[in-house]
Structure formats: C-alpha cells, structure tokens
Design a protein around this ligand. Structure first.
Ligand SMILES: NC(=O)c1ccc[n+]([C@@H]2O[C@H](COP(=O)([O-])OP(=O)(O)OC[C@H]3O[C@@H](n4cnc5c(N)ncnc54)[C@H](O)[C@@H]3O)[C@@H](O)[C@H]2O)c1
Length: 252
C-alpha cells in the first residue's frame, strides 16, 4: 500500500543509525519519501542513508545529539536545505540505561542520562521541530515510547519512568497544536527484534516476551509499517495518542 500519494514528502528519522529507526528509514525510502537519517552516530546514519539510496530512495545522513541542544537547529537546517520541507519527524533515539536493578540500586547518574536522552531529548526535539512545521500548518511528529511506559517493567525504573513521561508529553503537545494541522503522537512497542533488545540480559528479555499474549517479539517491518502510516497524511484525525504495538499485551 502506498501511504504517500503526494510526493515530495520529507521525514526526519532521529536514531536512524540502528534498530527501529533504520527499519523506518528503509520503509519510508521504499515509499518514495525523502529521508533524513539523523543520529549521534553519523557513521551508522550514513550506512542507513546509503542503503536507502541503493534501494532507489532519497536520503541524507545528518549528525544530531538530542542531549546537545545546540546540535538540533543546524541538523534541521540541513534537512530543510536537502529537502526544502520537514513534513514529519520520527524520534527513535532512546536508551534503556542500566537494567535489572531495584529502585534503591539505581545509579542516579545513569537515571539522569536516560532522562536526558529519552524524555528531555523528546521535548527539546519537539521544541526545535514544531516552529518549522507551524510555518506550513502541517506536520507529523512521532516519539517512540514503550510498553514499559504504560505498564512499568521491573528492573527498568529510569526507562519506564521516562517512557511514561513521553506518553504524557504527547498528550499535552497534541492538544496544544490540535488546531494547526500538526499531529504529535507516541508509539508504545513491546519488545521488537533490535540490537537494543539483544543487549538486554537474557532473563530480562525472556521475562518481557512471556508477558506478550502473542508469545513473540514484534518484527522491525511491523514497527516500520505502523510508524510510516502514523507520519503519513492519511493519519489525520489522531493526536496526543499513544499507539499500541504490543502483540496484545496492552489493550488500552
Ligand atoms: N527495540 C525494542 O524492543 C523497543 C521496544 C519499545 C520501545 N523501543 C524504543 O524504540 C526506540 C528505538 O529502539 P531501538 O531498539 O531501535 O534502539 P537502538 O539502540 O537499536 O537504536 C537507537 C538509536 O538511537 C541513537 N541515539 C541514542 N542516543 C542518541 C542521542 N542522544 N541523539 C541522537 N541519537 C541517539 C543511537 O545511536 C541508535 O542509532 C527507543 O526509544 C527505544 O526505547 C524499543
């Protein structure tokens, strides 16, 4: 199915150097969307962009660090120079931080880092992107939260708390911009096959999968297809919402 009948259409994928972001960039490229592959790991973002181009798509790789406020405007400027517009942004930059820790064992430096990337990063990116979308009265902004933000994963306090924060963030931002043609949503995946998941201790990953009624991980293509639709013009009457992608784990 073609989600993007009216091209050109440009989407920035933050965290495009790996995992879900890389898969989304590839999916969007195959739909004819121009993709800015944004990541703090420029070498990996370049690999993603090269793969999109090799597949017949349009892509550029751009360095960004959502922890470094000063990196955002230049990165978005570069995207606008490359594609003239920013129709959509998908924010896949995120880390789990240290896991398998009870609350009293949490290292606050690690907690602060998870907060800076997952939650503050989502806010500072929104602040940087929204004026550029407002200029055209159109935009699609999607932050990747997690099932952990809805249900809380044991041993993942910082991750769960910051992902819950993203769910609250989009509820508020969605209402702020509801009359503008800009939608701001989140996606709450359960475990998806990615390097981040492979990096989790096996016990943590097994525990998470055991809670999924479909008894499997989600696949990258399943995440990419849903994300592409959410940032397409077709997804036009939903804002402030957290979409579910959890194999039946969260039915709310
Ligand atoms: N994989 C899963 O099962 C799963 C489940 C639920 C939610 N999520 C969320 O989806 C998002 C993507 O997850 P993934 O599994 O693809 O992760 P990943 O580790 O494979 O990719 C994350 C990417 O974000 C980039 N990044 C990290 N910090 C950054 C920063 N400060 N600025 C810019 N880029 C930065 C990394 O370089 C990397 O390329 C994350 O927010 C994650 O929490 C993943």
């Amino acid at each position: 199915m073609n989600y993007f009948p009216d091209l050109p259409y440009a989407v920035g994928v933050v965290g495009a150097g790996s995992g879900i972001g890389r898969a989304v960039a590839g999916f969007l490229g195959r739909q004819g969307v121009s993709v800015a592959c944004l990541d703090r790991n420029l070498a990996e973002a370049e690999k993603t962009a090269r793969a999109v181009v090799a597949d017949g798509g349009k892509a550029v790789a751009i360095s960004i660090d959502v922890c470094d406020d000063s990196s955002l405007a230049p990165a978005l400027d570069r995207m606008e120079q490359a594609f003239s517009r920013i129709h959509g942004v998908v924010n896949c930059a995120g880390i789990t931080g240290h896991t398998n820790l009870k609350g009293h064992e949490v290292d606050m430096d690690d907690f602060d880092l998870v907060y800076r990337i997952n939650l503050r990063g989502s806010m500072v990116l929104s602040k940087a992107v929204l004026p550029r979308m407002l200029a055209h009265n159109y935009g699609r902004l999607l932050h990747i939260a997690s099932i952990a933000g809805k249900e809380g994963n044991a041993g993942m306090t910082a991750y769960s708390a910051t992902k819950a924060g993203i769910i609250g963030l989009v509820k508020s931002l969605g209402k702020d911009y509801a009359e503008t043609g800009i939608t701001i949503n989140a996606l709450a995946p359960a475990v998806i096959h990615t390097p981040m998941v492979e990096a989790l201790p096996k016990a943590t990953a097994d525990h998470i999968i055991s809670k999924i009624p479909m008894r499997r991980c989600g696949e990258l293509d399943e995440a990419a297809a849903m994300i592409a639709w959410i940032v397409s013009p077709a997804c036009s009457f939903t804002t402030g919402f957290t979409f579910d992608l959890s194999g039946g784990r969260a039915t709310y």
